[in-house]
Design a protein around this ligand. Sequence first.
Ligand code: DGJ
Length: 528
Amino acid sequence: MSKLPYIGKDRNGIPALIVDGKPYLMLGGEIHNSSSSSLSYMEEKVWMEIRGLHVNTLIVPVTWETVEPEEDRWDFSLVDGIIDQARREQVRLVLLWFGLWKNGESMYVPFWVKSDTVRFARACYPGGIPSNTITPLCEEAVRRDQEAFQQFMAFLKEKDEGIYTVLMVQVENEIGFLNSDRDYSALAGDCYCQKVPEELIREICPGSDGRMEKMTWEGLFGEDAAEMFMAWNYARAVERIASAGKQVYPLPMYVNAWLNQFPDRAGNYPSGGPVARNHKVWKAAARSIDLFAPDIYLSDFDGVCKEYTQGGASLLIPEARRDAVTASNVFYAFAAYHALGFSPFGIEDFGTEKEEEAQTVRKQQDLLNDLQIDELAFVHFGTGKYLSRSYELLDQMKELYFRYRGTPAVQGFIQKNEHDRGTILRLTGCEVELTYQKHPLSEPGCAGMVIEDSDCSFWIVGCQTGIRLLPRRGTGAQLTLLRMEEGEFEDGIWHPGRILNGDELYHALLGDYPEIRRFYYNISETVK
Ligand code: DGJ
């Protein structure tokens, strides 16, 4: 029997998701919110559509309303069926527990919870106006979610232990309170007036010797008090739910964040969610959570990855934007941040596009030059063909990647903004000048990965980038490019295709469609 998936270390000591005893490269896709509520829909509109995309992990919601339609009556037939379908398709699963909270609201709780606003108290906006969100301070609601989650994890253990089709579980979805910086219910008001719990103070102000024991939320956190109060209460609720689940079946668990963005005020995004500025509080309260994961729809992909890996944290991207740039961002996430996984949202759409339709939409997209680039995150037309090639290449080269992952032999590059013209990467024996190519918005961006396997050879995989080899600066050495190859990996072994010379060599270029090249070069000292 193989071992439970866990977050361990790869051969280079870099955190990795370990599946069947080996580091796992999660080439994921998250399905739409409602798709998993029908097994026949899954058959026809999901599994059929994602074949050929090289997705090895499907991210799928499991909702409280379907597993406990009446109080204490359990029905896991949907999850059961989806696991069977995944096994037949040889695809792994990450399951999303849509319990008390989904995008800041309580829309996936069962009917009997939704209709009882006394037993399951709602968070309020200023002035005591009730919202649709159940407050994390409602003891009874958290207790019932905890119980349902535990039943769900017990079902998974019984169904999947030893096979491990299910690799991880996300607890709730994009938690936090929307449209207000905090819960203004009477219940929350009372707690907010009390002192900050000592256990939180000890975590965030180590060495305070209890001097801050009597601190209020506003005294300690100033203008961030409302958000930190919500973060603490959501994280504590999540901890109760997740730890109860882990007690019966300890799969890795994570929470995902709706990211803070302009205008950056808590409530414009769900207040108290696991955005980077709240991690300290979340870590203090939710120790059973293995990862805090960003849903990256913003254009500053590198900035978000950087924020989420501070202090050596591991990166998982459970939701990524749907436009073509996702097909190039994926290389950078694995190269520069050793991501555990990458997953664009709405993956079942990516396979359905008809090329003709896609071309029309792409043309429209390109005409809209003044369109805010973040709006493109919702346009998936044309992404499928690019993403499927990125995933195919990454899957082919995963052995090579894991050999060097997290060492200087693996480097990433990405165009940070429209004024960024390129970069020079320093390898052992040479420098690689990478020039970002102008391209329509409907195509992947300029990004990729370099893997160096010896002093005189390396691979580049990615998109939209011109390549030139230079001798190392200041060495006075002379560089001779010996050969550039295209090719494919099969069972971890490189099989060269054409040798790209002459005209093809003058324009050493990765185009819009993700490509891989191998370079060989020679260095000789110049005679003085
Ligand atoms: C983020 C949420 O987490 C998803 O469930 C989904 O609603 C997407 N947004 C839609 O873009």
